[in-house]
Design a protein around this ligand. Structure first.
Ligand code: NI
Length: 184
């Protein structure tokens, strides 16, 4: 199932997502739908709030981003907890399926350690770095109501404002289905 993607301006993207309770959703169907929705929009990550589900779950596929495909991962993260972030901060141009046509450089630490459950409810504690860590950090932020545009400041942010407003009104074209908060 392909879900419409919630656009910038919707309050659900600003909410703290709730813990995902086992048996509260059909997890297999949900995960499949999240991956379908993400691939359909050519994304590399998708978080629950972006499909209108304010729960702590996200999916990522960084296999196509990493130069060496084997270092990328396709994975589901449930109730994730970033335990530590370290290494040098580095800048990377991010985008977001909820904020189409907007890109911006964001500084984030290079590495992280994260604890999470997978779709079979096995618990993991793992270290990730480079682009995979980057996607995890971006999606993890979604579970805490944070968007990558929040890190953009000053003049660049001022220039962004009109664009963000027009997205919330549905004045943007995407080749995937979206749900706009203020569309007339
Ligand atoms: Ni995003």
């Amino acid at each position: 199932m392909i879900y419409p993607i919630v656009a910038f301006g919707d309050n659900i993207l600003r909410k703290e997502a709730a813990d995902f309770h086992r048996d509260s959703e059909d997890l297999t169907k949900l995960v499949e739908g999240m991956f379908d929705t993400m691939y359909n929009a050519n994304g590399v990550g998708l978080a629950g709030p972006q499909i209108g589900l304010s729960k702590r779950i996200f999916v990522i596929d960084s296999t196509k981003m990493e130069e060496d495909e084997e270092t990328g991962i396709k994975r589901v993260f449930i109730n994730p907890e970033i335990l530590d972030e370290y290494g040098n901060e580095w800048e990377f141009e991010e985008g977001c399926l909820s904020i189409p046509d907007v890109h911006g450089d964001v500084l984030r630490p290079e590495k992280l350690t994260i604890r999470y459950f997978d779709e079979l409810w096995n618990e993991h504690e793992e270290e990730f770095d480079a682009l995979t860590a980057r996607v995890i950090q971006h999606e993890y932020d979604h579970l805490h109501g944070v968007l990558f545009t929040d890190y953009i400041k000053g003049l660049k942010k001022q220039m962004l404002r009109a664009k963000l407003l027009s997205i919330s009104k549905g004045m943007v074209k995407t080749d995937y289905r979206m749900k706009y908060p203020d569309k007339k």
